[in-house]
Write a new protein. Structure first.
Length: 275
């Protein structure tokens, strides 16, 4: 496996979930030279997220990935539009009824604007091979850039550590696990303190050819609200290399818990420089 065949989650669901914007791994075997990628992966998700409030989310992230042989930095700058039957707050891929300072508002609403910017640094402690796994540690930070009065974010920072393993199984298959422990800031006016949450993504990638990768992932993330069911879903995706600079990426999500989306999908492209 090349140094670039690494997890690139970032549609880890909008605002932090497996993307709302992106699955654990969307990587594809490629040349070994480190590179800078720009990923544009429009996404759409629908459901009530266990809140009883039907919500539609359109998410357009611009994802910059800059990597070297043993590390990878990623910055996600998202634009988001949320349409709901009642005012809601979006946080970590979860919908929470009401808004900070706007709890008395009722009725359907659509809000659009800049979402929370997410930055991540991933350092590879063990370089994998045909049998040996890739092992990495992760630092993750959500910056409160979204407008909390519109419900596009909480107005608080979230952060936490993580670790990931990619285990090759033969020349055409990889097993992947990504675990994180995230501290969430509680927004002003909330009647409940947001709890720290455990995130777990696990999946398999099959590479039927040098240009194509197929991905299947399971995602389980604790709710920020104590006593609320975990957010769980599965996703299936494909990455198809078009040329030395461009890769087409797409995935479909299906919610397994009432707190997750009913369904969602994304489709877009990544463009590489430095190869």
């Amino acid at each position: 496996m090349s140094p670039e065949a690494r997890p690139v989650g970032g549609l880890s669901r909008v605002g932090g979930r497996a993307l709302l914007v992106l699955p654990l791994a969307l990587f594809l075997v490629s040349p070994t030279r480190a590179a800078t990628d720009l990923r544009i992966l429009p996404a759409y998700f629908s459901g009530d997220y266990g809140s009883g409030i039907q919500t539609e989310i359109a998410y357009l992230p611009l994802i910059l990935v800059a990597g070297s042989e043993r590390q990878e930095f990623r910055a996600t700058i998202p634009f988001i539009s949320i349409s709901s039957a009642q005012p809601v707050t979006f946080t970590g891929g979860q919908i929470v009824p009401g808004r900070s300072g706007k709890g008395s508002l009722t009725g359907s609403t659509t809000q659009t604007g800049l979402g929370d910017v997410i930055v991540q640094e991933q350092v590879f402690l063990l370089e994998g091979g045909t049998v040996r796994p890739w092992v990495s540690v992760i630092g993750w930070l959500k910056l409160p850039t979204a407008d909390k009065t519109k419900g596009l974010g909480t107005g608080e920072a979230d952060y936490g550590p993580g670790a990931a393993i990619i285990q090759p199984i033969g020349p055409k298959m990889n097993l992947m696990v990504d675990a994180r422990y995230i501290t969430h800031g509680t927004p002003s006016g909330s009647t409940v303190d947001y709890q720290k949450t455990r995130w777990l993504d696990a999946g398999i990638q099959l590479k039927p050819s040098r240009l194509t990768a197929l991905n299947l992932f399971f995602d389980d993330r604790q709710s920020v609200l104590p006593g609320t069911e975990d957010l769980r879903d599965v996703s299936v995706g494909v990455d198809r290399r078009l040329n030395a600079q461009a890769v087409f990426r797409a995935a479909y999500y299906y919610g397994l818990s009432k707190t997750a989306e009913d369904y969602g999908f994304y489709a877009g492209f990544s463009f590489a420089a430095g190869r």
